[in-house]
Design a protein around this ligand. Structure first.
Ligand code: ADP
Ligand code: MG
Length: 300
């Protein structure tokens, strides 16, 4: 495209809340054959809430929630925010005057898996099965059953281990964005296929994918794995767009031919992307590709 055409198109995009960072992105969006979507915060609203909490130990629910909060309070992850919020509501409900929340010492983030830290003398892990396995925490049948029941309902389970034993768990739910299904079917009608990549587990990912009409899923994928899936497709000569919101999506946003960041996402993702969807509305994935197609077709 000529510099003038690019300028006109980027101006038009900007007025619609689609920030295109350069002519290169605009040129490539025209050729996109596959769009890869992150799940949490991209296809879903990204504000998970705790819908169930269960104990697998003799701690009281309050003690349990307070320890989980101590570990999660310094995490940026939306699931962490859900856990902290749930514990806060519980404390209000039981009329606890303890407004002070302990913070875990030696706090550590395990990307795509969870967090850990010491609460008093106790070692607390909060995260998924992968985190528990990596730390040699045994998951019994009772816990497995709780997990599979919830995952089939598209919920994500958050396991909490205290001193090496599962003490309890939360189930969180994160509703899909209202426009998600519509956007996927529109992409299909444009001859573009849609794929989901997520760090979340297979069962939850499959349930969400089904809800929005995505047929192909890569779950339990770490940040580099997301980028690898894109490189695999590119190796087959396919032009790929990636839509994501998190730090964990930034390698994939860079690897993609066209990286699109959700405006409400993290700064790291926004910096890594070629296009920013300011309104955080998935319809603008179509807007961006449409704009590119129109710009290029008009010139050629
Ligand atoms: P996504 O790719 O869906 O955005 P992430 O890669 O950020 O997800 O996380 C993958 C999984 O790791 C989550 O679904 C969750 O099970 C677990 N996880 C990550 N961070 C946390 C945390 N702070 N607390 C609990 N679980 C977490
Ligand atoms: Mg995300």
């Amino acid at each position: 495209a000529t510099p003038t055409a690019v300028m006109v198109a980027t101006g038009k995009g900007a007025s619609q809340g689609v920030l295109i960072k350069g002519g290169d992105a605009l040129e490539k969006a025209y050729k996109v054959k596959t769009v890869i979507f992150d799940k949490t915060g991209t296809l879903t609203v990204g504000k998970p809430v705790v819908v169930s909490a269960v104990l697998f130990s003799s701690f009281s629910m309050e003690e349990f929630c307070d320890m989980a909060t101590a570990a999660e309070v310094n995490s940026e992850h939306p699931i962490a925010k859900a856990v902290v919020e749930h514990a806060k509501r519980l404390r209000q409900k039981v009329g606890s005057s303890a407004v002070h929340v302990a913070e875990a010492k030696d706090f550590e983030v395990h990307t795509g898996a969870g967090v850990s830290g010491k609460v008093g003398e106790k070692m607390v892990l909060v995260g998924n099965k992968r985190l528990m396995r990596a730390c040699n925490v045994t998951i019994g049948t009772e816990v497995e059953n709780y997990i599979s029941e919830n995952e089939q309902l598209a919920r994500t389970c958050v396991l909490v281990s205290i001193d090496g034993k599962i003490a309890g768990a939360f189930a969180v739910t994160d509703p899909v964005k209202p426009e998600a299904g519509r956007v996927i079917s529109y992409l299909h009608s444009m001859g573009i296929s849609a794929i989901m990549v997520t760090g979340d587990n297979w069962a939850t990912a499959a349930a969400i994918a089904k809800e929005v009409g995505i047929g192909k899923v890569f779950a339990e994928t770490d940040p580099m794995g997301k980028a690898d899936r894109i490189k695999d497709l590119q190796g087959k000569g396919i032009t790929v767009a990636m839509v994501g919101d998190g730090i964990n999506d930034s390698p994939a946003l860079v690897a993609a031919d066209v990286g699109m960041a959700i405006g409400a996402g993290t700064d790291v993702a926004i910096e890594a992307a070629d296009i920013v969807l300011i309104k955080s509305n998935l319809e603008d994935v179509v807007t961006a590709i449409d704009l590119s197609r129109k710009t290029i077709l008009r010139i050629r």
